[in-house]
Design a protein around this ligand. Structure first.
Ligand code: UD1
Length: 329
């Protein structure tokens, strides 16, 4: 039995993490802004942390960020909040951290160019997007490329406020581990979906947006040409990954893992699967685009399996069937 403090315990992912930890017989204390408990409150942490074995840090401001007015909140909640937490862990001899990180730290996925090998393209140009040329081209020769899976050692390329703060959290966790000899494990979640996923907001992921559209009798609007690839991983699998991470990593280091289903799908396939399961309007492919979006990001999930013994169990068809009609938060 391990004594675990879960931050963000009332959130979509955090609430599933609490359930999974308890199902595995661990003793859980929760902290969540929804009940007025702020991870930036050092006095609160001083009360909660003594006797804690592991902190599982899920509390964060999520989503892409609507505009630069969001920057102070992202920095305060995600970066400053993690700094306060790590300082309090050091003060109270808590030696293990599991951090909710994200695949957004990578930016665009990895590709193989027939002539130039493995490449990581930068942001797509406004001109290409406007003429519906959505596939990234080789940054060296402009040729088409084959999609490859991204491993944890790939260079990071955060492209928005949220991604930047998730990477900052990883760096702070690595600092803390080095300075204190603590063990830090960062889980880079891919596109998490499942029961209690928040309804459609400007900060929601695409699965929630599509589901909310169907619920309201509207057609899901598939951007670009629908060929964007993501790895949709079920929230119960993500919760199990957190349980597995309680015993992973090594003292003095930050270990990093992709947490993914290993079964990538396109955004068009996501829309079709949800529409088929829920009924309602057929998806429409609109050709709209968002400049901040990456085209494909497909994870190599093998390190988590080899080192944490974690493997996603919920398949796409089964997970989407449940999600299509599950009650939201
Ligand atoms: C999402 C999250 C990100 C999180 C990551 C991993 C958001 C906004 N993004 O990134 O914070 O870290 O998953 O869990 O929460 N799309 C449509 N129609 C729509 C909306 C989106 O076709 O109505 C498309 C987008 O163009 C994009 C894809 O769906 O190609 C995924 O979008 P989204 O879920 O917003 O963002 P991710 O970049 O995957």
């Amino acid at each position: 039995m391990t004594r675990v403090l879960v931050t963000g315990s009332a959130g979509f992912i955090g609430s599933h993490v609490v359930e999974a930890l308890e199902a595995h017989g661990h003793e859980v204390t929760g902290l969540d802004l929804r009940s007025g408990a702020d991870v930036r409150d050092a006095a609160l942490l001083a009360r909660l942390l003594p006797g804690t074995d592991v902190v599982v840090h899920q509390a964060a401001k999520v989503g892409l960020g609507v505009d630069v007015a969001d920057l102070p909140d992202y920095a305060s909640i995600n970066v400053y909040g993690t700094a306060v937490l790590l300082a309090a862990m050091a003060a109270h001899d808590v030696e293990r951290l599991v951090l909710a990180s994200s695949m957004v730290v990578y930016g665009e996925g990895a590709y193989d160019c027939a002539r130039h090998g493995r490449v990581r393209p930068g942001p797509r140009s406004a001109e290409d997007m406007a003429r519906g040329s959505f596939e990234p081209r080789c940054p060296r020769c402009g040729d088409e490329m084959a999609l490859a899976t991204i491993g944890e050692d790939a260079p990071t390329d955060p492209r928005n406020a949220y991604a930047t703060t998730k990477l900052a959290q990883e760096h702070l966790a690595a600092n803390w581990a080095r300075e204190t000899g603590g063990t830090a494990v960062a889980l880079r979640y891919h596109n998490v979906y499942g029961p209690r996923m928040p309804r459609d907001t400007p900060y929601s992921g695409v699965a929630a947006i599509f589901r909310s559209a169907l619920e309201a009798g509207r057609a899901p609007r598939v951007f670009e040409d629908g060929g964007q690839t993501r790895d949709f991983v079920h929230v119960r699998d993500v919760a199990e990954a957190n349980v597995a991470a309680l015993t992973g990593g090594a003292p003095g280091t930050l270990a990093v893992y992709n947490i993914a289903s290993g079964e990538p799908h396109t955004v068009g396939e996501l829309a079709a699967a949800l529409a088929a399961q829920r009924g309602g309007q057929e998806p429409v492919t609109t050709g709209e685009y968002r400049m901040g979006d990456v085209r494909h990001i497909v994870a190599a999930p093998h390190r988590a399996e080899a080192e944490l013994g974690f493997r996603a169990r919920v398949g796409f068809a089964e997970g989407m069937k449940e999600f299509a009609t599950a009650p939201p938060a």
